[in-house]
Design a protein around this ligand. Structure first.
Ligand SMILES: *C1O[C@H](CO)[C@@H](O)[C@H](O)[C@H]1NC(C)=O
Ligand SMILES: *[C@@H]1O[C@H](CO)[C@@H](O)[C@H](O)[C@H]1NC(C)=O
Ligand SMILES: *[C@@H]1O[C@H](CO)[C@@H](O)[C@H](O)[C@H]1NC(C)=O
Ligand SMILES: *[C@@H]1O[C@H](CO)[C@@H](O)[C@H](O)[C@H]1NC(C)=O
Ligand SMILES: *[C@@H]1O[C@H](CO)[C@@H](O)[C@H](O)[C@H]1NC(C)=O
Length: 615
């Protein structure tokens, strides 16, 4: 971000050194810094929520102020006096309802109980660039999505689309076949779900540009992240991708063309002469215009993050409002911290409609294996509040919300939460956005959708308790939804991982006979080694059992490559660590006589200047 602003500044300065430019630049800089700050915070939250949580607290009062401004504005627009009277009368009921919500651990969001806001479209995102489910699993999931109020699916194929011809080599070797895609679409249609394919057309092109074949289209020669918009081959490449995807999706109304997180712009020798802003907008305009030429009724969606800091004038100069619909994404709880009122006003002035994007998994840490359902529910509930407030800014209102479920943070990252492990989280959030609220009254719907055993009617225990059971293992651990064994497997992993980590910490670090020093010097007491390794076989075998269970459980839902990847990332490293301890301890135990102290100093320490002082 900082580079971006710096670059805009410097380029503009060179071109016209007039006072006018300098003055407007200053304004831009101040505005830009303000936005860039929130932008940085957003991406930080996306990566490390702990820091963001801290600063969230610090900014709390500021956001409250923004929210109250919004509420005032709405109140003025509606000036609905009746509601105020009713509010008083029902205050008592609401108090006991709040008590119940507290028991359930439902995050409090000040939604209007009289007029719940329900987004027109409620779309579930399938990020297929990691752990793509088998077709038969999707077949079971689509009706569930429909039951829980979903209206469609966003299919982010990345390298899983059956690209062919000149694009043959950008697809994964285990990509879906043409028939697979047709089946997916058939199953979606049977569940009456709108299908929106997503193709990246600017940034996040790693899956294609990583190949030496396509490296010529990179903006930066060493980096496969972004396409160079100025190369002759770029538009041919995009056109071919779109053509192939459209050929397999003849009935779609919407196509998502990505355009988020273009980290590299204006660096090649041609692009360097241009303002980033113009480079970005011109490319989006060219791509959109080309697609619309061939498919005039197709609506095009783009992620909004690259638009947040652009001026209304620029967006209008490039007719963006006539070409695309922005999808405003924030996955942290506090939405206004990342997209503030002026940004909404700008979007409202430029676009007839917009979409929003929340998350039900894949947003609070790259290596998580089960989502925090409470945080995701709060994100979705707060989106309802924000959407209710911002809806009237758009001529045609807001179009809907996408519940994103990221499977990797980018093409090169490891897997985060698997879909079946996140289905309970999806259920909570999807039911919430389909009703405009989440409370006790959705109990039966939730439990029946997830095939949970009905609790005994005698004791009224809460059906969820998000404060203490935010992964839902306790409350929904006995449900039989498709993939529920994987959901339960995560609980086993959680316990096994805790045990292994504790053991490794004790053995390698806290106790004094199996540290790396003992190993390097072959110097330890056999009696102590026996003591330290007495638990090792049991822990090791429980990991092997977990590994076996993972393999068996996942087989129904994922292909061999996904299972192997997941096991290598989640279980294998612990198996290796334990085997190392086993190996070291048996070597250390073969020693039967030991050298006098002092032990010979480690040779490698000389590199650090630790040498025998000269006499
Ligand atoms: C890329 O390489 C593969 C095999 O090495 C070849 O079949 C294909 O035609 C190449 N594609 C391009 C665009 O050069
Ligand atoms: C749940 O919320 C809705 C909308 O606010 C309200 O009408 C309903 O009475 C609530 N039900 C319970 C059990 O709290
Ligand atoms: C693109 O193609 C045109 C005409 O073939 C050529 O003049 C131009 O130099 C090419 N531009 C680039 C960036 O390769
Ligand atoms: C442990 O020792 C065995 C037998 O020598 C060897 O095959 C294995 O690779 C070792 N494991 C590790 C993690 O060092
Ligand atoms: C440790 O001692 C054993 C037994 O003397 C010997 O076989 C082994 O090579 C030694 N290992 C190291 C790392 O010095």
């Amino acid at each position: 971000m900082k580079n971006y602003i710096y670059h805009v500044g410097v380029t503009a300065w060179r071109k016209k050194a007039s006072i006018l430019v300098a003055a407007s630049l200053l304004v831009l800089l101040i505005l830009g810094l303000q936005f860039s700050q929130s932008e940085q915070e957003n991406s930080r939250t996306y990566k490390d929520d702990k820091d963001a949580m801290k600063s969230e607290f610090a900014q709390f009062s500021n956001v409250k102020f923004l929210e109250s401004l919004q509420k005032q504005r709405n109140a003025l627009k509606n000036s609905d006096q009746k509601d105020h009277k009713n509010f008083r009368k029902n205050n008592e009921d609401e108090k006991s309802q709040h008590d119940m919500e507290k028991l359930l651990g439902i995050p409090f969001v000040n939604l209007d109980p009289k007029k719940p806001y329900i987004p027109k479209h409620r779309i579930v995102h399938f990020d297929l660039k990691g752990a793509p489910p088998k077709i038969l699993y999707l077949k079971k999931i689509f009706p569930l999505i429909k039951t829980m109020g979903g209206t469609g699916i966003l299919l982010e194929y990345e390298d899983m689309f059956p690209y062919s011809g000149v694009l043959n080599d950008i697809k994964a070797t285990n990509a879906f076949s043409v028939d697979d895609v047709k089946e997916i679409l058939k199953f979606a249609e049977e569940s009456k779900l709108e299908v929106i394919p997503l193709i990246q057309t600017f940034g996040h092109m790693e899956f294609a540009l990583k190949h030496s074949n396509w490296s010529k289209l990179r903006e930066v020669p060493d980096s496969p992240q972004a396409l160079c918009p100025s190369r002759n081959g770029t538009m041919d490449f995009i056109t071919e991708m779109v053509k192939q995807v459209m050929a397999l999706h003849p009935k779609i109304n919407y196509l998502h063309i990505g355009c988020d997180e273009v980290f590299q712009m204006g660096e090649c020798e041609v692009c360097r002469l241009e303002l980033h802003e113009n480079l970005f907008l011109r490319h989006v305009r060219t791509v959109a215009t080309n697609i619309r030429k061939q498919w005039p009724n197709l609506k095009l969606l783009v992620w909004d993050d690259m638009l947040r800091h652009l001026s209304q004038q620029s967006l209008q100069d490039f007719s963006l409002g006539e070409l695309v619909e922005p999808m405003v994404w924030v996955y942290a709880e506090d939405i206004y911290r990342f997209v503030q009122s002026p940004v909404w006003d700008k979007y409202g002035a430029v676009f007839k409609t917009a979409w929003t994007a929340s998350a039900f998994k894949g947003a609070f840490g790259e290596t998580l294996y089960v989502p925090d359902a409470r945080r995701h529910l709060e994100n979705n509930l707060r989106w309802l509040d924000v959407m209710n407030q911002q809806n009237q800014l758009f001529k045609d209102g807001l179009s809907g919300i996408i519940l994103t479920g990221w499977q990797r943070y980018d093409h090169f990252a490891v897997l985060c939460e698997l879909f079946p492990a996140a289905l309970p989280s999806l259920a909570l959030s999807l039911l919430a956005v389909s009703h405009g609220y989440f409370n006790q009254s959705l109990k039966t719907q939730l439990l029946s959708a997830l095939s949970c055993p009905e609790h005994g009617s005698g004791r009224p225990t809460p059906f969820i308790a998000l404060e203490i059971d935010s992964h839902l293992w306790d409350k929904l651990g006995r449900c039989m939804f498709p993939g529920s064994p994987i959901f339960r497997l995560m609980y086993r992993l959680h316990n096994a991982e805790n045990e292994v980590l504790e053991y490794l910490k004790t053995t390698n670090h806290q106790k004094g006979w199996l540290t790396s020093y003992n190993v390097r010097h072959n110097y330890s007491l056999p009696l102590r080694i026996d003591e330290l390794t007495s638990d090792l076989p049991r822990i090791y075998h429980s990991l092997l059992a977990l590994n076996r269970a993972a393999y068996d459980t996942m087989n129904e839902i994922f292909d061999y490559y996904t299972i192997a990847e997941w096991i290598e990332q989640r279980i294998y490293p612990y198996i290796i660590e334990l085997e190392k301890i086993q190996n070291y301890s048996s070597v250390l135990k073969t020693v039967s006589s030991w050298p006098s102290r002092p032990l010979p100093p480690l040779k490698d320490l000389q590199r650090l200047g630790v040498t025998l002082p000269e006499k």
